[in-house]
Write a protein of this length. Structure first.
Length: 479
């Protein structure tokens, strides 16, 4: 891996009291490998124990593979919309997708990313142990290799970064062929004739959108009033409208009770008795923390009722020498947050300067088409923060018109009076890149006047961000 997940300040060399500390990290995803790099920078001896492969689920079965698949779907969508720009495909009416070839690329890219991260760790002096880890005491981790060989690793500091796994319903158990979790999609060699997606959160919406863009007939089953219930309502409504316009069947307020295979079909039964039939079914109903069997409770580490490891804002558990980071903690299921938690854990454990995690400034992105990116407070919470919001649609932006962009908007939330930017939403192509401007504004307490005073290129999509900022300008008499 050529770069770290997210940005972090450079820390000076370790003090004499830090040198020689033994750090054992159980789990090699973003939280684990970023923590390992920090610990080595602070002159500790580091062993990382990972049973699946360096990079963990984020690299091998989750973030990297899913976004690679989505990138392919995006290209197909762009090509199909080329006619609007006057680019014709010599009369071609269909763009066939070889899912076997697509998934081979997905798996290969994930494996290469894992290899790159491993090489970086080893180059920095991290010992990588291929196997499973279990805490024996607050100072000892038992590592078990695939062949059953066991090793005891002494530790001054232990970090648990074992992530989470797809939640499985007893009435809809995946078989890896027709009923699938999101980790199993990459074994498919042909596009499903009809894919039923159960769950309309971020994972379900992303895969439903991607497979729809690849040419698959998709039915999205949502137990809520709308898709993406945790996102900005305006953004979620736009995505649902886009899904329906592109031919997706969205069943709102429809809770799945069971899924069963019937020959070469899958039948999903809803709680009201209706049945939905497809060739394949993706169960996207959340995740569960990988905290069982790690010896956590025996070592005195407190877990929540959901099985997540309890941590404070510097990643400490209820046992002083044991820290935890990433999805196993349930703080925020984002690779960027996991990486930050892991770095914070090591800075704190090894005595370096550190600021506690502040989730208020965390940017997040939903990789649908268009993307939804958010940061800071929501528009719904604006009133309680003494703030107001304004929205500028991208459809009236000159650059958007040139690129054939019809959907999306920029929303800025700013405090009344001084105009401090408190949050924002970007809906549009590459919103994940665009949101960084608003993340900087929220993090550094920039005002809308300051944001508006920075010149933008004409024509550019960023011009709409400056326009939104200008709309929130308060005249002197209103301050």
């Amino acid at each position: 891996m050529s770069e770290s997940v997210g940005a972090s300040p450079q820390h000076s060399g370790a003090s004499a009291t830090m040198r020689g500390r033994q750090v054992v990290i159980v789990g090699g995803g973003p939280a684990g490998y970023e923590a390992a790099l920090v610990a080595r920078q602070l002159a500790s001896e580091v062993t990382l124990v990972e049973r699946q492969g360096v990079g963990g689920a984020a690299v091998l079965t989750d973030v990297v593979p899913s976004k690679t698949l989505i990138a392919t779907a995006e290209w197909r969508s762009v090509i199909e919309s080329a006619d609007e720009l006057g680019v014709h495909l010599d009369g071609a009416t269909a763009l066939p997708v070889d899912l076997g070839e697509v998934n081979a690329r997905v798996r290969g890219l994930a494996a290469q990313q894992s290899a790159d991260i491993r090489a970086r760790l080893e180059r920095e002096g991290v010992r990588v142990f291929d196997g499973a880890g279990r805490i024996v005491t607050a100072g000892v981790v038992q590592a078990t290799a695939a062949d059953g060989a066991e090793s005891e690793l002494d530790a001054d500091v232990i970090l648990v970064a074992t992530g989470a796994s797809p939640r499985v319903l007893s009435s809809a158990r995946p078989d890896g062929e027709r009923i699938l979790t999101w980790t199993q999609l990459y074994s498919l060699t042909e596009l499903p004739e009809r894919l039923i997606v159960v769950g309309s959160g971020v994972t379900g919406a992303e895969f439903a959108g991607a497979f729809g863009a690849l040419g698959c007939d998709v039915v999205l089953i949502s137990s809520r009033d709308r898709v993406l219930p945790g996102e900005d309502p305006d953004a979620a409504a736009l995505i649902e409208e886009a899904f329906r316009r592109r031919g997706m069947r969205v069943l709102s307020r429809s809770r799945a009770a069971a899924a069963e295979r019937r020959g070469d079909s899958v039948v999903v039964t809803l709680e009201d008795g209706r049945e939905v039939t497809g060739s394949h079914c993706l169960m996207a109903v959340g995740g569960v923390p990988n905290s069982a069997g790690l010896g956590l409770e025996e070592a005195g580490v407190a877990l929540t009722r959901s099985g997540h490891v309890q941590v404070d804002r510097v990643s400490r558990t209820t046992v002083p020498q044991i820290y935890a980071a990433g999805d196993v903690t349930g703080v925020l299921p984002l690779a960027s947050v996991a990486a930050t938690q892991g770095r914070i854990a090591m800075w704190h454990a090894l005595g370096d300067a550190v600021a506690p995690l502040d989730t208020r400034n965390v940017p997040a992105n939903v990789f649908t088409a268009p993307e939804i990116a958010t940061v800071g407070i929501s528009a719904a919470a604006a009133a309680e923060h003494g703030a107001r919001a304004t929205t500028v649609p991208l459809a009236r932006n000159a650059r958007a018109k040139m690129q054939g962009i019809h959907e999306g908007f920029i929303k800025i939330i700013a405090r009344d009076g001084d105009g401090t930017v408190l949050g924002g939403v970007v809906v549009g192509p590459r919103a994940s890149e665009f949101i960084h401007v608003l993340t900087l504004a929220v993090t550094t307490r920039v005002t809308v006047d300051q944001l508006a005073s920075a010149m933008t290129i004409y024509p550019s999509l960023s011009g709409s961000m400056a326009e939104a900022a200008r709309q929130l300008h308060a005249a002197p008499s209103q301050r």
